[in-house]
Design a protein around this ligand. Structure first.
Ligand SMILES: [Zn+2]
Ligand SMILES: [Zn+2]
Length: 297
Protein backbone atom coordinates (compact mmCIF):
# COMPACT_ATOMS: atom_id res chain seq x y z
CA UNK A 1 0.00 0.00 0.00
CA UNK A 2 0.94 3.61 -0.41
CA UNK A 3 0.25 6.36 2.11
CA UNK A 4 0.40 9.98 0.96
CA UNK A 5 0.52 12.74 3.56
CA UNK A 6 -1.64 15.25 1.69
CA UNK A 7 -1.72 17.78 4.52
CA UNK A 8 0.51 17.90 7.60
CA UNK A 9 -0.39 21.21 9.28
CA UNK A 10 -2.89 22.19 11.93
CA UNK A 11 -5.41 24.98 12.46
CA UNK A 12 -3.81 27.98 10.71
CA UNK A 13 -3.48 28.60 6.96
CA UNK A 14 0.16 27.82 6.27
CA UNK A 15 1.91 28.27 2.89
CA UNK A 16 4.12 25.25 3.58
CA UNK A 17 1.53 22.85 5.03
CA UNK A 18 -2.02 21.97 4.12
CA UNK A 19 -4.40 20.94 6.90
CA UNK A 20 -4.74 17.33 7.97
CA UNK A 21 -5.46 14.78 5.24
CA UNK A 22 -3.96 11.32 4.64
CA UNK A 23 -4.61 9.18 1.59
CA UNK A 24 -4.20 5.42 1.78
CA UNK A 25 -4.01 3.66 -1.59
CA UNK A 26 -4.10 -0.11 -2.05
CA UNK A 27 -2.42 -2.15 -4.80
CA UNK A 28 -5.92 -2.81 -6.20
CA UNK A 29 -6.32 0.91 -6.95
CA UNK A 30 -8.77 1.61 -4.12
CA UNK A 31 -8.26 4.85 -2.20
CA UNK A 32 -9.34 5.77 1.35
CA UNK A 33 -9.11 9.30 2.75
CA UNK A 34 -8.54 10.04 6.45
CA UNK A 35 -9.55 13.62 7.26
CA UNK A 36 -10.17 16.31 4.67
CA UNK A 37 -8.59 19.59 5.80
CA UNK A 38 -7.92 22.58 3.58
CA UNK A 39 -6.11 21.68 0.35
CA UNK A 40 -6.80 17.94 0.52
CA UNK A 41 -8.52 17.70 -2.88
CA UNK A 42 -5.90 19.72 -4.74
CA UNK A 43 -3.07 17.77 -3.09
CA UNK A 44 -4.75 14.51 -4.15
CA UNK A 45 -4.61 15.62 -7.78
CA UNK A 46 -0.94 16.60 -7.30
CA UNK A 47 -0.39 13.07 -5.99
CA UNK A 48 -1.93 11.74 -9.21
CA UNK A 49 -5.20 10.52 -7.68
CA UNK A 50 -8.63 11.47 -9.02
CA UNK A 51 -10.90 12.63 -6.15
CA UNK A 52 -13.80 10.81 -7.85
CA UNK A 53 -11.95 7.52 -7.27
CA UNK A 54 -11.72 7.91 -3.49
CA UNK A 55 -14.49 5.66 -2.22
CA UNK A 56 -14.44 6.32 1.51
CA UNK A 57 -13.74 9.31 3.74
CA UNK A 58 -13.14 8.91 7.46
CA UNK A 59 -13.41 12.09 9.58
CA UNK A 60 -11.64 11.73 12.93
CA UNK A 61 -13.43 14.76 14.44
CA UNK A 62 -15.16 17.93 13.33
CA UNK A 63 -12.53 20.61 14.01
CA UNK A 64 -12.30 22.74 10.85
CA UNK A 65 -8.70 21.75 10.06
CA UNK A 66 -9.90 18.16 9.52
CA UNK A 67 -13.05 18.85 7.46
CA UNK A 68 -12.80 22.25 5.74
CA UNK A 69 -12.04 20.83 2.26
CA UNK A 70 -14.88 18.30 2.44
CA UNK A 71 -17.42 20.30 0.35
CA UNK A 72 -14.73 20.92 -2.27
CA UNK A 73 -13.89 17.20 -2.29
CA UNK A 74 -17.53 16.17 -2.83
CA UNK A 75 -18.34 18.77 -5.50
CA UNK A 76 -15.04 18.04 -7.32
CA UNK A 77 -15.93 14.34 -7.39
CA UNK A 78 -19.32 15.25 -8.84
CA UNK A 79 -17.69 17.30 -11.63
CA UNK A 80 -15.14 14.54 -12.25
CA UNK A 81 -18.01 12.11 -12.86
CA UNK A 82 -18.00 10.08 -9.67
CA UNK A 83 -20.54 7.27 -9.88
CA UNK A 84 -22.56 6.51 -6.76
CA UNK A 85 -22.59 8.11 -3.33
CA UNK A 86 -19.33 8.83 -1.51
CA UNK A 87 -19.28 7.05 1.85
CA UNK A 88 -18.41 9.18 4.88
CA UNK A 89 -17.66 7.84 8.35
CA UNK A 90 -17.38 10.23 11.26
CA UNK A 91 -18.37 11.10 14.81
CA UNK A 92 -21.82 12.10 16.02
CA UNK A 93 -22.60 15.41 14.27
CA UNK A 94 -21.19 14.33 10.88
CA UNK A 95 -24.72 13.84 9.47
CA UNK A 96 -25.70 17.37 10.49
CA UNK A 97 -22.45 18.78 9.05
CA UNK A 98 -23.06 17.10 5.69
CA UNK A 99 -26.81 17.82 5.62
CA UNK A 100 -26.11 21.55 5.82
CA UNK A 101 -23.70 21.57 2.86
CA UNK A 102 -25.28 20.61 -0.45
CA UNK A 103 -29.00 20.51 -1.43
CA UNK A 104 -30.80 23.10 0.73
CA UNK A 105 -27.49 23.85 2.44
CA UNK A 106 -24.61 26.28 2.12
CA UNK A 107 -23.89 25.22 -1.47
CA UNK A 108 -27.53 25.03 -2.59
CA UNK A 109 -27.12 27.68 -5.33
CA UNK A 110 -24.20 25.69 -6.75
CA UNK A 111 -26.25 22.50 -6.49
CA UNK A 112 -29.24 24.07 -8.28
CA UNK A 113 -27.07 25.59 -11.02
CA UNK A 114 -25.11 22.47 -11.81
CA UNK A 115 -27.97 20.00 -11.47
CA UNK A 116 -29.84 21.89 -14.20
CA UNK A 117 -27.35 20.23 -16.58
CA UNK A 118 -28.19 16.72 -17.76
CA UNK A 119 -24.57 15.57 -17.33
CA UNK A 120 -24.64 16.49 -13.62
CA UNK A 121 -28.10 14.99 -13.12
CA UNK A 122 -26.70 11.71 -14.45
CA UNK A 123 -24.39 11.33 -11.43
CA UNK A 124 -26.29 13.41 -8.88
CA UNK A 125 -25.71 10.70 -6.26
CA UNK A 126 -22.09 11.92 -6.14
CA UNK A 127 -23.26 14.99 -4.21
CA UNK A 128 -25.49 13.02 -1.83
CA UNK A 129 -22.99 11.43 0.56
CA UNK A 130 -23.86 8.27 2.45
CA UNK A 131 -23.04 9.26 6.05
CA UNK A 132 -22.45 6.79 8.86
CA UNK A 133 -22.00 8.11 12.39
CA UNK A 134 -19.75 5.55 14.02
CA UNK A 135 -19.40 3.98 17.46
CA UNK A 136 -16.08 2.54 18.70
CA UNK A 137 -15.18 -0.88 17.24
CA UNK A 138 -14.96 -2.18 13.68
CA UNK A 139 -16.46 0.66 11.65
CA UNK A 140 -15.68 -0.53 8.13
CA UNK A 141 -14.79 -3.83 6.56
CA UNK A 142 -14.56 -4.73 2.90
CA UNK A 143 -12.76 -7.55 1.10
CA UNK A 144 -9.42 -5.72 1.41
CA UNK A 145 -9.42 -3.38 4.37
CA UNK A 146 -10.74 -3.09 7.90
CA UNK A 147 -10.96 0.05 10.05
CA UNK A 148 -11.16 -0.17 13.83
CA UNK A 149 -11.93 3.09 15.67
CA UNK A 150 -11.65 4.12 19.31
CA UNK A 151 -12.35 7.30 21.24
CA UNK A 152 -9.26 9.41 21.84
CA UNK A 153 -8.89 12.37 24.20
CA UNK A 154 -8.91 15.74 22.44
CA UNK A 155 -12.22 17.57 22.96
CA UNK A 156 -14.93 17.06 25.57
CA UNK A 157 -17.12 14.30 24.09
CA UNK A 158 -20.33 16.32 24.52
CA UNK A 159 -18.87 18.89 22.10
CA UNK A 160 -17.38 16.41 19.65
CA UNK A 161 -16.29 12.80 19.81
CA UNK A 162 -12.75 12.31 18.48
CA UNK A 163 -11.55 9.03 17.00
CA UNK A 164 -8.22 7.37 16.35
CA UNK A 165 -8.06 4.43 13.96
CA UNK A 166 -6.26 1.16 13.30
CA UNK A 167 -6.34 0.17 9.63
CA UNK A 168 -5.59 -3.39 8.54
CA UNK A 169 -4.96 -4.16 4.86
CA UNK A 170 -2.57 -6.21 2.70
CA UNK A 171 -1.21 -7.91 5.83
CA UNK A 172 -0.09 -4.56 7.30
CA UNK A 173 -1.33 -2.33 10.11
CA UNK A 174 -1.40 1.47 10.02
CA UNK A 175 -2.61 3.49 13.01
CA UNK A 176 -3.62 7.16 12.86
CA UNK A 177 -4.28 9.27 15.94
CA UNK A 178 -6.40 12.12 14.64
CA UNK A 179 -5.93 14.82 17.31
CA UNK A 180 -5.39 13.62 20.86
CA UNK A 181 -3.45 13.91 24.05
CA UNK A 182 -1.62 10.70 24.96
CA UNK A 183 -4.20 8.05 25.84
CA UNK A 184 -4.42 4.31 26.44
CA UNK A 185 -6.95 3.85 23.62
CA UNK A 186 -4.52 5.24 21.03
CA UNK A 187 -1.72 3.12 22.43
CA UNK A 188 -3.92 0.03 21.94
CA UNK A 189 -4.80 1.02 18.36
CA UNK A 190 -1.06 1.41 17.65
CA UNK A 191 -0.03 -1.90 19.27
CA UNK A 192 2.58 -3.53 17.00
CA UNK A 193 1.55 -1.36 14.03
CA UNK A 194 3.82 -1.36 10.98
CA UNK A 195 3.30 2.40 10.85
CA UNK A 196 1.99 4.83 13.46
CA UNK A 197 1.00 8.26 12.13
CA UNK A 198 0.54 10.44 15.19
CA UNK A 199 -0.12 14.10 15.85
CA UNK A 200 2.64 16.15 17.48
CA UNK A 201 1.30 19.67 17.42
CA UNK A 202 3.98 21.69 19.27
CA UNK A 203 7.60 21.26 20.46
CA UNK A 204 8.37 21.01 24.18
CA UNK A 205 9.78 24.56 24.38
CA UNK A 206 6.51 26.08 23.09
CA UNK A 207 4.53 23.89 25.51
CA UNK A 208 6.73 25.05 28.38
CA UNK A 209 6.13 28.65 27.33
CA UNK A 210 2.36 28.06 27.11
CA UNK A 211 2.39 26.54 30.59
CA UNK A 212 4.38 29.48 31.99
CA UNK A 213 1.77 31.87 30.56
CA UNK A 214 -1.13 29.84 31.96
CA UNK A 215 -2.59 29.25 28.48
CA UNK A 216 -5.53 26.84 29.04
CA UNK A 217 -6.28 23.26 28.12
CA UNK A 218 -4.02 21.49 25.67
CA UNK A 219 -5.56 18.42 24.00
CA UNK A 220 -2.50 17.36 22.02
CA UNK A 221 0.61 15.18 22.36
CA UNK A 222 4.12 16.53 22.97
CA UNK A 223 7.20 15.06 21.21
CA UNK A 224 8.43 13.32 24.39
CA UNK A 225 4.97 11.91 25.06
CA UNK A 226 4.78 10.69 21.46
CA UNK A 227 8.16 8.95 21.75
CA UNK A 228 7.03 7.24 24.94
CA UNK A 229 3.70 6.15 23.46
CA UNK A 230 5.25 4.82 20.23
CA UNK A 231 7.84 2.85 22.23
CA UNK A 232 5.24 1.40 24.64
CA UNK A 233 2.96 0.43 21.74
CA UNK A 234 5.82 -1.29 19.90
CA UNK A 235 5.15 0.70 16.72
CA UNK A 236 7.55 -0.51 14.02
CA UNK A 237 7.82 2.92 12.41
CA UNK A 238 6.59 6.40 13.22
CA UNK A 239 5.48 9.49 11.32
CA UNK A 240 4.87 12.65 13.37
CA UNK A 241 2.41 15.11 11.82
CA UNK A 242 -0.17 17.88 12.52
CA UNK A 243 2.51 20.51 13.12
CA UNK A 244 1.09 23.78 14.45
CA UNK A 245 2.98 26.15 12.13
CA UNK A 246 5.86 26.43 14.64
CA UNK A 247 8.29 25.67 11.80
CA UNK A 248 6.90 28.29 9.45
CA UNK A 249 8.94 30.78 7.44
CA UNK A 250 5.81 32.82 6.64
CA UNK A 251 6.08 36.49 7.64
CA UNK A 252 2.34 36.62 8.34
CA UNK A 253 2.39 33.62 10.68
CA UNK A 254 5.60 34.73 12.40
CA UNK A 255 4.10 38.15 13.05
CA UNK A 256 0.94 36.54 14.47
CA UNK A 257 3.02 34.20 16.65
CA UNK A 258 5.07 37.14 17.96
CA UNK A 259 1.96 38.28 19.88
CA UNK A 260 2.41 35.38 22.30
CA UNK A 261 5.76 33.69 21.58
CA UNK A 262 9.43 34.82 21.67
CA UNK A 263 10.89 34.96 18.12
CA UNK A 264 13.32 32.09 18.74
CA UNK A 265 10.37 29.74 19.31
CA UNK A 266 9.27 29.90 15.66
CA UNK A 267 11.19 28.51 12.69
CA UNK A 268 12.31 25.35 10.91
CA UNK A 269 15.09 24.73 13.47
CA UNK A 270 12.42 23.56 15.94
CA UNK A 271 11.92 20.37 13.89
CA UNK A 272 15.35 19.23 15.15
CA UNK A 273 14.16 19.69 18.70
CA UNK A 274 10.96 17.71 17.94
CA UNK A 275 12.94 14.81 16.45
CA UNK A 276 15.43 14.79 19.35
CA UNK A 277 12.64 14.72 21.96
CA UNK A 278 10.84 11.84 20.22
CA UNK A 279 14.17 10.02 19.88
CA UNK A 280 14.83 10.16 23.62
CA UNK A 281 12.20 7.42 23.95
CA UNK A 282 11.63 5.85 20.52
CA UNK A 283 14.39 4.13 18.56
CA UNK A 284 12.55 2.86 15.47
CA UNK A 285 12.40 4.52 12.04
CA UNK A 286 11.10 8.08 12.47
CA UNK A 287 9.94 10.62 9.91
CA UNK A 288 8.62 14.14 10.41
CA UNK A 289 5.80 14.60 7.92
CA UNK A 290 5.80 17.14 5.14
CA UNK A 291 3.15 17.66 2.52
CA UNK A 292 3.03 15.02 -0.23
CA UNK A 293 5.44 12.76 1.66
CA UNK A 294 4.87 9.25 0.39
CA UNK A 295 5.31 6.06 2.40
CA UNK A 296 5.31 2.63 0.78
CA UNK A 297 4.48 -0.27 3.07
ZN1 LIG B 1 -6.29 19.43 14.22
ZN1 LIG C 1 -8.62 19.03 16.60
Amino acid sequence: MKITMLGTGAALPDPERGQTAILLSLESGRHYLFDCGEGATRQMVRANVNPAEVGLVFLTHLHHDHISDFPNFVISGWLLNRQGRPRVLGPRGTRRFVRHLFEDGAFDADFQARSSLQARRNNIDAVRPDVIEIAPGIVHEDDELRIIAAHVEHLPHHICECFGVRIEAEGKVVAFSGDTQPCAAMEELARGADLLIHECTFPETILAHRASQGMGHYGHTSPSELGELAARAGARSLVATHFGSFDTSSAVLKKAAAMHLPAELVGPHLLDEVAADIRRHYRGPLRLARDLMRIDL
